[in-house]
Design a protein around this ligand. Sequence first.
Ligand SMILES: Nc1nc2c(ncn2[C@@H]2O[C@H](COP(=O)(O)OP(=O)(O)OP(=O)(O)O)[C@@H](O)[C@H]2O)c(=O)[nH]1
Length: 816
Amino acid sequence: MGAKLNGHHSGNSGQIQIINEEKNFTPHLSAQIERWGLRDAGFSYNVVAVFGSQSTGKSTLLNRLFGTTFDVMDETKRQQTTKGIWMCRGMDMSVMVMDVEGTDGRERGEDQDFERKSALFSLASSEVLIINLWEHQVGLYQGANMGLLKTVFEVNLGLFGKKAQEGPQSRTLLLFVIRDHIGVTPLANLQATLTADLTRIWDSLTKPSGLAQAQLSDYFDLSFTALPHKILEAQRFENEVARLRERFVNKTLQDYLFKDVYHKRIPADGVAVYMENIWQQVQNNKDLDLPTQQELLAQFRCDEIASAALNEFNTQAKSQKRPIEAGKVVQGLGEMMKQWRDEALARYDRDASRYHNGVYTRKRLDLLATITSTLSPLFFGQLKNLHKSCLATFKASLQSSLSPGGKDNDFANAIGRAKRECEENFLAVAQEACVDEKEWTWEEELLLLREEMGAVAEVFRKDETKKVVNLVERSFKQQLSEPVELQLNKGSRDMWDNLLGTFKRLLDNAESLYLAKTKTFNCTDEENSGSLSAIRRRAWQALRSKIDEQTTDAVMLSKLRVHFEERFRYDEQGIPRVWKPDDDIDGAYKQAKEQTLALIPLYAKIAPHDPAFEYTLPPSPPSSPPEEEIDFQSSLTIFSETKCLDLSNRFRRDADAYYVEAKRSTVSSIAQVPYWMYGVMVVLGWNEAMLVLFNPLYFMFAITATTLAYLITKFGLAGPLLQVSKTAAGEVQRQATNRLRAHFSQPVLETPALSSPSRNSSSGQSHLGSDSSAMAPKLGSSYTKINLTTRTNSSSTSSAYRDADEEFEMRPVGAF
Ligand SMILES: Nc1nc2c(ncn2[C@@H]2O[C@H](COP(=O)(O)OP(=O)(O)OP(=O)(O)O)[C@@H](O)[C@H]2O)c(=O)[nH]1
């Protein structure tokens, strides 16, 4: 006997006590089957059990037939060997062999309970039931286990009754092995006796309703064989055993014993659970409903198999869960999901398909549903991430296409291409990931994506439209600037006609430019009319602000002054006037002033003389924001009446200053040398002039001085010479001052000189000085007046100063 495991014994050569003396089922059968290498055998295995009285050589027979290692009774002790039920794998055979405790064993006395239960258990799980009996037991009710057989038949009706009606699947082979057959009574006679006994027992059974006509042969096949005496006819015994063994092994034999029809259709990996369940039912004296048991087993095993398949599947699916939750688009997700799903199903199919078909199919559907529900978040997560990534790509693509130097500046083309690329990408990835086409759908996500792309395109279109409007506005402003300045500087009567004419022309150009640039934008009429209205409004505002810029107080006064000056200070030929005492300054002043003042009402309002040039800003469409509305009528007024009055007053003051200046210039032109003075000069200077003319020395001197003066003037040396002489004089004066200081600061040791150093008087010297005379009245433009004063000292004691003022008026550059 081998090791004991949880009250169960494990044999030396792989035998296991599946039910012990305490009638408990072993928990190690499953592991043992795995060790035997039969777990994955599917249906390719057989189960055989032996029944018979105690010590009738059952173990000996099994060991010889199947190469098992069941313990055999020691001849000297004659003691029961097999307790409970043992199981062993046949050597080199996929057979599970059960050695059942002998019936009518003296150890158990009259306890028939175990016999009944073990018979039930063996019948429920074995294909072939070997009934082992001595030849001399044939014909004896107890000795041939006929009592036990009656029990077997009874329980069989309960177990397989219904099934037998459906078909031959649950048949069991009863193999009678008659031991120590001497040969006096031929096997055929023994067989007939046994068959008659069995039929009698069967007939005596109280059958359940509906099975009254059931025959023994409906449930059992009977087979008989006899073995010679093991000791007396040892060789023949061995030969017959070998022949019997052959019937268990060789499938080609006519009388092959493990026919498929006897198989209980329990997959090998479920045998342990099945047997345990059967035993529990038997133990608890519950009705043993084998079909239910098989279904329960199928449920249990299918669940186990599905759970194992699901575990592996979950591990695989988990690997992609995190990246998808992190917002990534997993490339080849569909392929991976398919592979995980198919592997899990294949694994389930491989192990579970042998079980009850209904259960297997139902559980497969459950498994598939679980797999799908696990994959579903991955798929929908992938779709969401794909949606986001496609939208981002769409935006980026549009941005790069529409940027300066981008692939496509044509808006419609850019949008069309970006949309197409985006949808193609979405479809490719979504279809790849859609493993379950019945349950999953990506169409809704695509619709959402399309909607969002539309919204993005709309934003881009609006931006682009705004850009075009701004571009048109800029171009309009540039073109408008110069004509406005020109017309407003002119101040002519048809100033507004010309200005509005130009404005309308430029506005028409701007509108055409806008329409041309937005041709491919697919803007609605409403949008276009909104944009055009904005362009008109902005154009008007641009005109108005340009006019404002050109009519500020300072600019306006300047314009008025220029206008006035042109009429007052210049004559009809444009030559500056030099006022003479007899000129009609007052008349000219009045006329120029009135003409200039008449300009103010002209500038005060945008009002063309020709009504054809009138312009009215069309009303904005209702969609335009109300805050952008402008009051067109009031925008036509440039100056209010108060403003006009103010400008008039300010201009009048300036004009008055001009008038005063004109008057003053008349006075200064009067202040000149009287003509009689020239006569006096000629009379008084006659002698000196003659002296110079008739003295060769003086004459030469005069010619030399004149030539020098000419050269100095010609080459512009007057300035430098004056500067040199000034510096030299300054140096001489400084030296002299220093000497004098040095002289007077020392103690006087010598007699002071009688004569003081002669001093150069300023007589005979001439110096030039410049002075700035009073400036002309500041009138916005400055005038410089330079007075060149020459002072001459004559040799006479009386000095006369003659001032001659020459005025040079310079007109500043760009004053007008
Ligand atoms: N006469 C005879 N004796 C046999 C034969 N086969 C076995 N024996 C002997 O019968 C005795 C019992 O053999 P086992 O094989 O232990 O019998 P068993 O039915 O398994 O006994 P339990 O397990 O105790 O019920 C042994 O001493 C065997 O040598 C046979 O064919 N003829």
